[in-house]
Ligand binder design. Structure first.
Ligand SMILES: Cc1ncc(COP(=O)(O)O)c(C=O)c1O
Length: 362
Protein backbone atom coordinates (compact mmCIF):
# COMPACT_ATOMS: atom_id res chain seq x y z
CA UNK A 1 0.00 0.00 0.00
CA UNK A 2 1.52 3.40 -0.96
CA UNK A 3 2.18 5.70 2.00
CA UNK A 4 0.22 8.51 0.49
CA UNK A 5 -2.78 8.24 -1.81
CA UNK A 6 -5.88 10.26 -2.66
CA UNK A 7 -8.59 9.56 -0.12
CA UNK A 8 -12.34 9.85 -0.71
CA UNK A 9 -14.33 11.97 1.74
CA UNK A 10 -14.82 9.94 4.93
CA UNK A 11 -18.53 9.17 4.36
CA UNK A 12 -18.00 7.78 0.83
CA UNK A 13 -16.85 4.35 2.02
CA UNK A 14 -20.03 4.07 4.12
CA UNK A 15 -22.42 4.38 1.17
CA UNK A 16 -24.34 1.13 0.73
CA UNK A 17 -24.72 -0.23 -2.80
CA UNK A 18 -28.04 -0.12 -4.64
CA UNK A 19 -28.98 -3.70 -5.50
CA UNK A 20 -30.83 -3.79 -8.83
CA UNK A 21 -33.43 -6.51 -9.44
CA UNK A 22 -31.93 -9.81 -10.65
CA UNK A 23 -32.13 -10.49 -14.37
CA UNK A 24 -30.93 -14.11 -14.51
CA UNK A 25 -32.19 -17.35 -12.99
CA UNK A 26 -29.89 -20.39 -12.85
CA UNK A 27 -30.51 -22.81 -15.70
CA UNK A 28 -33.47 -20.85 -17.13
CA UNK A 29 -33.22 -19.41 -20.60
CA UNK A 30 -34.96 -16.03 -21.10
CA UNK A 31 -36.60 -15.75 -17.68
CA UNK A 32 -39.39 -13.21 -17.20
CA UNK A 33 -38.01 -10.38 -15.09
CA UNK A 34 -40.59 -9.33 -12.52
CA UNK A 35 -37.96 -7.83 -10.23
CA UNK A 36 -37.63 -4.19 -11.31
CA UNK A 37 -41.18 -2.92 -11.89
CA UNK A 38 -40.56 -2.53 -15.59
CA UNK A 39 -43.57 -2.53 -17.92
CA UNK A 40 -44.08 -5.93 -19.54
CA UNK A 41 -46.30 -4.27 -22.16
CA UNK A 42 -43.30 -2.39 -23.54
CA UNK A 43 -43.16 1.18 -24.86
CA UNK A 44 -45.40 2.99 -27.32
CA UNK A 45 -44.69 2.00 -30.95
CA UNK A 46 -44.46 5.72 -31.72
CA UNK A 47 -41.77 6.12 -29.07
CA UNK A 48 -39.76 3.29 -30.60
CA UNK A 49 -40.09 4.89 -34.06
CA UNK A 50 -38.95 8.28 -32.70
CA UNK A 51 -35.98 6.57 -31.05
CA UNK A 52 -35.01 4.94 -34.35
CA UNK A 53 -35.39 8.19 -36.28
CA UNK A 54 -33.04 9.91 -33.82
CA UNK A 55 -30.23 7.79 -35.30
CA UNK A 56 -29.88 10.53 -37.93
CA UNK A 57 -28.75 12.99 -35.22
CA UNK A 58 -26.14 10.91 -33.39
CA UNK A 59 -23.22 13.16 -34.33
CA UNK A 60 -24.72 16.17 -32.56
CA UNK A 61 -24.97 16.91 -28.84
CA UNK A 62 -28.49 16.67 -27.45
CA UNK A 63 -30.55 19.73 -26.51
CA UNK A 64 -29.17 20.24 -23.00
CA UNK A 65 -32.43 21.94 -21.94
CA UNK A 66 -34.74 19.15 -23.21
CA UNK A 67 -36.88 21.99 -24.59
CA UNK A 68 -39.40 19.95 -26.59
CA UNK A 69 -39.89 17.40 -23.85
CA UNK A 70 -40.41 20.05 -21.16
CA UNK A 71 -42.97 21.81 -23.35
CA UNK A 72 -44.90 18.61 -23.95
CA UNK A 73 -44.87 17.69 -20.26
CA UNK A 74 -46.02 21.20 -19.35
CA UNK A 75 -48.92 21.00 -21.79
CA UNK A 76 -49.93 17.54 -20.57
CA UNK A 77 -49.91 18.43 -16.87
CA UNK A 78 -50.94 22.10 -17.13
CA UNK A 79 -47.69 23.25 -15.49
CA UNK A 80 -44.87 25.72 -16.22
CA UNK A 81 -42.21 24.36 -18.62
CA UNK A 82 -39.64 26.76 -17.15
CA UNK A 83 -39.73 24.95 -13.82
CA UNK A 84 -39.32 21.41 -15.20
CA UNK A 85 -35.83 19.89 -14.99
CA UNK A 86 -35.02 16.69 -16.89
CA UNK A 87 -32.22 14.28 -15.97
CA UNK A 88 -31.00 10.79 -16.79
CA UNK A 89 -33.60 9.07 -14.59
CA UNK A 90 -35.31 10.31 -11.45
CA UNK A 91 -32.73 8.51 -9.33
CA UNK A 92 -30.24 11.16 -10.51
CA UNK A 93 -32.62 13.88 -9.34
CA UNK A 94 -32.96 12.21 -5.91
CA UNK A 95 -29.17 12.26 -5.55
CA UNK A 96 -28.82 15.82 -6.82
CA UNK A 97 -31.49 17.14 -4.44
CA UNK A 98 -29.84 15.42 -1.46
CA UNK A 99 -26.45 16.85 -2.43
CA UNK A 100 -27.77 20.35 -3.09
CA UNK A 101 -29.74 20.67 0.15
CA UNK A 102 -27.86 18.52 2.68
CA UNK A 103 -24.36 17.55 3.75
CA UNK A 104 -22.45 16.22 6.75
CA UNK A 105 -24.24 17.04 10.01
CA UNK A 106 -27.65 17.36 8.31
CA UNK A 107 -30.55 14.92 8.40
CA UNK A 108 -32.73 13.55 5.62
CA UNK A 109 -36.00 11.89 6.62
CA UNK A 110 -37.58 8.99 4.72
CA UNK A 111 -40.01 6.27 5.77
CA UNK A 112 -38.92 2.91 7.23
CA UNK A 113 -39.70 0.96 4.05
CA UNK A 114 -39.33 3.93 1.72
CA UNK A 115 -37.51 3.61 -1.61
CA UNK A 116 -33.93 2.71 -0.72
CA UNK A 117 -32.43 5.31 -3.08
CA UNK A 118 -33.49 7.94 -0.51
CA UNK A 119 -31.30 6.38 2.17
CA UNK A 120 -28.41 5.96 -0.27
CA UNK A 121 -28.76 9.57 -1.44
CA UNK A 122 -28.48 10.75 2.18
CA UNK A 123 -25.41 8.57 2.74
CA UNK A 124 -23.77 9.75 -0.47
CA UNK A 125 -23.81 13.41 0.60
CA UNK A 126 -22.63 12.63 4.13
CA UNK A 127 -26.01 13.40 5.74
CA UNK A 128 -27.74 11.12 8.25
CA UNK A 129 -30.77 9.18 6.97
CA UNK A 130 -33.57 9.11 9.55
CA UNK A 131 -36.29 6.47 9.03
CA UNK A 132 -39.76 7.41 10.27
CA UNK A 133 -42.01 4.59 11.44
CA UNK A 134 -44.93 3.50 9.27
CA UNK A 135 -48.35 2.20 10.24
CA UNK A 136 -49.04 -1.20 8.62
CA UNK A 137 -46.45 -0.45 5.91
CA UNK A 138 -48.06 2.91 5.09
CA UNK A 139 -46.27 6.25 5.61
CA UNK A 140 -47.45 8.00 8.76
CA UNK A 141 -47.44 11.80 8.57
CA UNK A 142 -47.37 12.18 12.36
CA UNK A 143 -44.28 9.95 12.61
CA UNK A 144 -42.53 11.85 9.80
CA UNK A 145 -43.17 15.14 11.57
CA UNK A 146 -41.83 13.70 14.84
CA UNK A 147 -38.53 12.94 13.10
CA UNK A 148 -37.99 16.56 12.08
CA UNK A 149 -35.27 18.40 14.01
CA UNK A 150 -33.42 21.65 13.36
CA UNK A 151 -30.94 19.54 11.34
CA UNK A 152 -33.59 18.21 8.91
CA UNK A 153 -33.07 19.53 5.38
CA UNK A 154 -35.09 17.18 3.17
CA UNK A 155 -38.03 14.77 3.50
CA UNK A 156 -38.31 12.15 0.73
CA UNK A 157 -41.64 10.39 0.24
CA UNK A 158 -42.52 8.07 -2.64
CA UNK A 159 -46.28 8.11 -3.11
CA UNK A 160 -47.11 5.36 -3.98
CA UNK A 161 -44.03 3.85 -2.39
CA UNK A 162 -41.72 1.19 -3.73
CA UNK A 163 -41.46 -1.59 -2.48
CA UNK A 164 -44.63 -1.53 -0.34
CA UNK A 165 -46.99 -0.06 -2.99
CA UNK A 166 -48.70 1.94 -0.26
CA UNK A 167 -49.81 5.56 -0.57
CA UNK A 168 -51.32 8.35 1.48
CA UNK A 169 -54.21 10.63 0.51
CA UNK A 170 -54.08 14.11 -0.97
CA UNK A 171 -55.20 15.63 2.33
CA UNK A 172 -52.45 13.81 4.25
CA UNK A 173 -49.86 15.07 1.76
CA UNK A 174 -51.19 18.62 2.13
CA UNK A 175 -51.10 18.27 5.93
CA UNK A 176 -47.51 17.04 5.77
CA UNK A 177 -46.47 19.99 3.62
CA UNK A 178 -48.26 22.57 5.71
CA UNK A 179 -46.97 21.25 9.04
CA UNK A 180 -43.35 20.76 7.97
CA UNK A 181 -41.20 23.82 8.60
CA UNK A 182 -41.05 25.89 5.39
CA UNK A 183 -37.24 25.54 5.33
CA UNK A 184 -37.52 21.73 4.85
CA UNK A 185 -37.65 20.57 1.23
CA UNK A 186 -40.41 17.99 0.64
CA UNK A 187 -39.65 15.71 -2.32
CA UNK A 188 -42.70 13.77 -3.53
CA UNK A 189 -41.59 10.94 -5.77
CA UNK A 190 -44.43 10.05 -8.13
CA UNK A 191 -42.66 7.30 -10.09
CA UNK A 192 -45.89 5.24 -9.94
CA UNK A 193 -48.42 8.10 -9.90
CA UNK A 194 -49.71 7.17 -13.36
CA UNK A 195 -50.98 3.84 -12.05
CA UNK A 196 -53.11 5.33 -9.28
CA UNK A 197 -56.90 5.06 -9.46
CA UNK A 198 -57.86 6.23 -5.96
CA UNK A 199 -60.01 9.41 -6.32
CA UNK A 200 -58.54 10.60 -3.01
CA UNK A 201 -55.01 10.54 -4.47
CA UNK A 202 -53.14 13.58 -5.72
CA UNK A 203 -49.63 13.57 -7.16
CA UNK A 204 -48.74 16.80 -5.32
CA UNK A 205 -48.05 18.79 -8.50
CA UNK A 206 -50.32 21.61 -7.27
CA UNK A 207 -48.21 22.01 -4.11
CA UNK A 208 -45.24 23.05 -6.26
CA UNK A 209 -45.26 26.82 -6.06
CA UNK A 210 -43.04 29.88 -6.04
CA UNK A 211 -45.08 31.34 -3.16
CA UNK A 212 -43.87 28.55 -0.86
CA UNK A 213 -40.78 27.26 -2.71
CA UNK A 214 -40.25 24.06 -0.73
CA UNK A 215 -41.97 21.17 -2.57
CA UNK A 216 -40.68 19.19 -5.55
CA UNK A 217 -42.42 16.44 -7.49
CA UNK A 218 -40.39 13.76 -9.31
CA UNK A 219 -41.61 11.63 -12.21
CA UNK A 220 -40.00 9.03 -14.47
CA UNK A 221 -40.28 7.54 -17.95
CA UNK A 222 -39.07 4.17 -16.60
CA UNK A 223 -42.43 2.81 -15.42
CA UNK A 224 -45.70 3.38 -17.30
CA UNK A 225 -43.82 4.78 -20.34
CA UNK A 226 -41.65 1.63 -20.40
CA UNK A 227 -38.48 3.52 -21.37
CA UNK A 228 -36.27 2.46 -18.45
CA UNK A 229 -33.26 1.76 -20.69
CA UNK A 230 -33.24 5.32 -22.00
CA UNK A 231 -32.97 6.95 -18.54
CA UNK A 232 -35.35 9.91 -18.46
CA UNK A 233 -36.75 11.42 -15.28
CA UNK A 234 -37.99 14.90 -14.48
CA UNK A 235 -38.66 17.21 -11.58
CA UNK A 236 -41.32 19.89 -11.27
CA UNK A 237 -39.86 22.53 -8.99
CA UNK A 238 -40.21 26.00 -7.54
CA UNK A 239 -37.92 28.43 -9.42
CA UNK A 240 -35.07 28.45 -6.85
CA UNK A 241 -34.95 24.62 -6.80
CA UNK A 242 -35.00 24.43 -10.61
CA UNK A 243 -32.19 26.98 -10.69
CA UNK A 244 -30.08 24.98 -8.22
CA UNK A 245 -30.71 21.71 -10.10
CA UNK A 246 -29.78 23.31 -13.41
CA UNK A 247 -26.46 24.51 -11.97
CA UNK A 248 -25.59 21.12 -10.51
CA UNK A 249 -26.88 18.63 -13.07
CA UNK A 250 -24.90 17.17 -15.93
CA UNK A 251 -25.22 19.21 -19.12
CA UNK A 252 -26.00 16.58 -21.76
CA UNK A 253 -27.29 13.74 -19.60
CA UNK A 254 -30.51 13.07 -21.50
CA UNK A 255 -29.53 11.77 -24.95
CA UNK A 256 -31.25 12.80 -28.18
CA UNK A 257 -32.85 9.35 -28.76
CA UNK A 258 -34.10 9.39 -25.15
CA UNK A 259 -35.65 12.84 -25.54
CA UNK A 260 -37.24 11.86 -28.88
CA UNK A 261 -38.76 8.66 -27.48
CA UNK A 262 -40.00 10.37 -24.31
CA UNK A 263 -41.65 13.16 -26.34
CA UNK A 264 -43.44 10.65 -28.55
CA UNK A 265 -44.52 8.64 -25.53
CA UNK A 266 -46.06 11.68 -23.84
CA UNK A 267 -48.18 12.12 -26.96
CA UNK A 268 -49.35 8.51 -27.14
CA UNK A 269 -52.28 8.83 -24.75
CA UNK A 270 -53.86 5.62 -26.07
CA UNK A 271 -50.83 3.51 -25.13
CA UNK A 272 -50.64 5.06 -21.67
CA UNK A 273 -54.35 4.43 -21.10
CA UNK A 274 -53.92 0.81 -22.22
CA UNK A 275 -50.99 0.32 -19.82
CA UNK A 276 -52.98 1.84 -16.96
CA UNK A 277 -56.04 -0.32 -17.66
CA UNK A 278 -53.95 -3.47 -18.00
CA UNK A 279 -52.23 -2.78 -14.70
CA UNK A 280 -55.44 -2.03 -12.82
CA UNK A 281 -57.14 -5.16 -14.11
CA UNK A 282 -54.26 -7.55 -13.39
CA UNK A 283 -53.15 -5.94 -10.14
CA UNK A 284 -56.67 -6.49 -8.83
CA UNK A 285 -56.82 -10.04 -10.18
CA UNK A 286 -53.44 -10.96 -8.68
CA UNK A 287 -54.34 -9.39 -5.34
CA UNK A 288 -57.50 -11.50 -5.16
CA UNK A 289 -55.83 -14.74 -6.30
CA UNK A 290 -52.89 -14.39 -3.92
CA UNK A 291 -55.17 -13.59 -0.99
CA UNK A 292 -57.15 -16.71 -1.96
CA UNK A 293 -53.94 -18.72 -1.49
CA UNK A 294 -53.61 -17.40 2.05
CA UNK A 295 -50.84 -14.93 1.15
CA UNK A 296 -51.05 -11.27 2.12
CA UNK A 297 -50.42 -8.87 -0.75
CA UNK A 298 -50.29 -5.27 0.51
CA UNK A 299 -52.73 -2.89 -1.19
CA UNK A 300 -50.69 -1.48 -4.08
CA UNK A 301 -50.97 1.72 -6.08
CA UNK A 302 -48.09 0.74 -8.38
CA UNK A 303 -47.41 -1.83 -11.11
CA UNK A 304 -46.28 -4.42 -8.57
CA UNK A 305 -47.37 -6.25 -5.45
CA UNK A 306 -45.49 -6.60 -2.20
CA UNK A 307 -46.53 -10.00 -0.88
CA UNK A 308 -46.21 -11.21 2.72
CA UNK A 309 -45.46 -14.92 3.15
CA UNK A 310 -45.79 -16.90 6.38
CA UNK A 311 -42.13 -16.44 7.26
CA UNK A 312 -38.74 -16.03 5.60
CA UNK A 313 -38.44 -19.76 4.76
CA UNK A 314 -41.82 -19.64 3.02
CA UNK A 315 -40.76 -16.55 1.02
CA UNK A 316 -37.49 -18.25 0.02
CA UNK A 317 -39.36 -21.38 -1.14
CA UNK A 318 -41.65 -19.19 -3.25
CA UNK A 319 -38.63 -17.32 -4.65
CA UNK A 320 -36.95 -20.61 -5.63
CA UNK A 321 -40.12 -22.07 -7.16
CA UNK A 322 -40.79 -18.93 -9.20
CA UNK A 323 -37.19 -18.82 -10.47
CA UNK A 324 -37.32 -22.49 -11.38
CA UNK A 325 -40.46 -21.76 -13.42
CA UNK A 326 -38.72 -18.83 -15.16
CA UNK A 327 -40.05 -15.84 -13.20
CA UNK A 328 -37.71 -13.59 -11.22
CA UNK A 329 -39.25 -11.88 -8.20
CA UNK A 330 -37.51 -9.29 -6.00
CA UNK A 331 -36.36 -10.29 -2.54
CA UNK A 332 -36.44 -7.46 -0.05
CA UNK A 333 -33.87 -8.26 2.63
CA UNK A 334 -32.19 -4.85 2.36
CA UNK A 335 -35.54 -3.32 3.34
CA UNK A 336 -35.79 -5.60 6.39
CA UNK A 337 -38.74 -7.31 4.66
CA UNK A 338 -37.41 -10.88 4.84
CA UNK A 339 -40.77 -12.62 4.59
CA UNK A 340 -41.90 -10.55 1.59
CA UNK A 341 -41.38 -10.79 -2.16
CA UNK A 342 -42.17 -8.06 -4.65
CA UNK A 343 -43.58 -9.04 -8.03
CA UNK A 344 -44.19 -6.80 -11.02
CA UNK A 345 -47.62 -7.16 -12.64
CA UNK A 346 -46.94 -9.02 -15.88
CA UNK A 347 -48.86 -9.95 -19.00
CA UNK A 348 -51.91 -12.19 -18.53
CA UNK A 349 -49.92 -15.37 -19.22
CA UNK A 350 -47.24 -14.39 -16.66
CA UNK A 351 -49.78 -13.53 -13.97
CA UNK A 352 -51.68 -16.78 -14.41
CA UNK A 353 -48.47 -18.83 -14.41
CA UNK A 354 -47.15 -17.06 -11.28
CA UNK A 355 -50.34 -17.90 -9.38
CA UNK A 356 -50.14 -21.53 -10.55
CA UNK A 357 -46.55 -21.76 -9.24
CA UNK A 358 -47.44 -20.17 -5.89
CA UNK A 359 -50.39 -22.55 -5.45
CA UNK A 360 -47.89 -25.39 -5.14
CA UNK A 361 -45.53 -23.71 -2.65
CA UNK A 362 -46.04 -25.03 0.87
C1 LIG B 1 -40.10 5.15 -6.14
C2 LIG B 1 -39.09 5.19 -7.23
N1 LIG B 1 -38.52 6.35 -7.54
C3 LIG B 1 -37.60 6.45 -8.51
C4 LIG B 1 -37.19 5.35 -9.22
C5 LIG B 1 -36.08 5.51 -10.21
O1 LIG B 1 -36.53 5.66 -11.48
P1 LIG B 1 -35.56 6.06 -12.66
O2 LIG B 1 -35.49 4.89 -13.56
O3 LIG B 1 -36.24 7.26 -13.29
O4 LIG B 1 -34.22 6.45 -12.11
C6 LIG B 1 -37.75 4.10 -8.95
C7 LIG B 1 -37.30 2.91 -9.68
O5 LIG B 1 -37.57 1.80 -9.37
C8 LIG B 1 -38.73 4.02 -7.92
O6 LIG B 1 -39.27 2.85 -7.59
Amino acid sequence: MPRSQPLPLPFVTQVEPYLPGDFAADGVRDPVKLSSNESLLGPSAQAVKAYENAAAALARYPDSQCTGLRQKLAALHGIDAGRIVCEAGSEQLINLLARIYAGPGDEIVYTRHGFIAFRIAAQSCGATAIASEERDFVANVEAILECVTRRTRVVFLANPNNPTGSWISASEIARLRHTLPPRVLLVLDGAYADYMDDPDYNDGMRLVSDDAPNTVVLRTFSKIHALAALRVGWAYCPTPVADALNRMRGVFTVSTPAQAAAEASVEDAAHLALARRHNQEWREWLTGELAGLGLEPLASGGNFLCIAFRDKAHALSADAALRHAGFIPRRLEEYGLDRFLRLTVGLESHNRAVVDVLKKVR
